[in-house]
Design a protein around this ligand. Structure first.
Ligand SMILES: [Zn+2]
Length: 287
């Protein structure tokens, strides 16, 4: 395969590097990764005819967990691989749960492990990137977290408004979208070519049409993932214990129960967001 410029690594090399990342992070997690690699449970490469996207799945009768990605050799591959492996680690650690339906959390709790692994792996991604690129990659992960939280507010507030105003027409809906953008994502310069299309963003947001009120789940998960990133910077060992406990709990509780049993603060706790943003601003200032 020909790799585009700035490529992270070819497939085998990506897997070797990921193996070293997980070994540095936790022997237990590395063991899951090596098992998956040995048993062909990581389908990484993009190839003709393969479906798009990335996901993690399990074969409960065999007690195995697999991931599916579409690596093309750019730095986004690293993010996706870490993300899907986060799901996989949870899947492996939840195998002890007898009731198969309780092995995976409900959707509001399902992305904490995957987004959390994106943060936990950050300090070890020197395996993939030279220092300058790594620093950029790290900063961009924290920046995306903040952008995501703001954007989720726009989508969530918009959906509430749509249901409260069922008779509103297209123009009113467009105006409402713009209003919520101004409220939750202020400071964006929309002048120029983008301006006439600004309101159209909500038409592209699948969740508005098909999964009403689902979108806030991403923000709930991100507050858990950012907490793991913050905790890791302060106390790596405790952070790993928290992560592994979260993985072991699977879907045996509600999202708030899972957070609290693993030792994470509730996303609704006053003061949490301020702490996360303080930490994020420090991470963004790092070279
Ligand atoms: Zn995911």
């Amino acid at each position: 395969m020909t790799l585009p410029t700035g490529a992270a690594a070819p497939i085998d090399e990506q897997l070797d590097k990921a193996g070293r990342v997980f070994e540095r992070l936790s022997p237990k997690l590395a063991k899951h990764f090596h098992t998956m690699r040995r048993e062909g449970l990581i389908d990484l490469e993009n190839r003709k005819g393969k479906r798009a996207g990335a996901f993690c799945t399990s074969f409960s009768d065999e007690g195995k967990v697999a991931i599916f990605c579409n690596s093309i050799g750019d730095e986004g591959d690293v993010k996706t691989l870490m993300h899907e492996m986060g799901h996989a680690f949870q899947g492996w650690e939840s195998q002890w749960i007898e009731a198969v339906e309780l092995r995976w959390p409900t959707s509001d709790g399902a992305e904490v492990h995957s987004m959390g692994m994106e943060f936990l792996s950050l300090p070890h991604l020197g395996e993939f990137f030279p220092p300058e690129q790594l620093a950029r990659f790290r900063r961009s992960r924290w920046r995306r977290a903040i952008e995501l939280l703001c954007y989720v507010c726009v989508v969530d507030a918009f959906q509430h408004w749509v249901y409260e105003n069922p008779k509103a027409g297209f123009d009113e809906r467009d105006q409402a979208w713009i209003r919520f953008q101004d409220t939750y994502m202020p400071g964006i310069d929309w002048s120029g070519d983008a301006e006439p299309f600004r309101a159209l963003r909500w038409y592209a947001q699948l969740h508005v049409f098909r999964y009403p009120f689902y979108y806030i789940d991403y923000a709930i998960a991100e507050t858990g993932a950012m907490q793991l990133g913050m905790l890791d910077a302060r106390d790596h060992e405790r952070c790993l214990e928290t992560y592994l406990e979260l993985c072991r709990l699977g879907g045996t509780g509600s999202v708030l129960e899972l957070f609290s049993q693993a030792g994470l603060r509730s996303p609704f706790e006053p003061g949490l967001m301020a702490d996360l943003m303080n930490h994020a601003s420090g991470a963004l200032a790092e070279a």
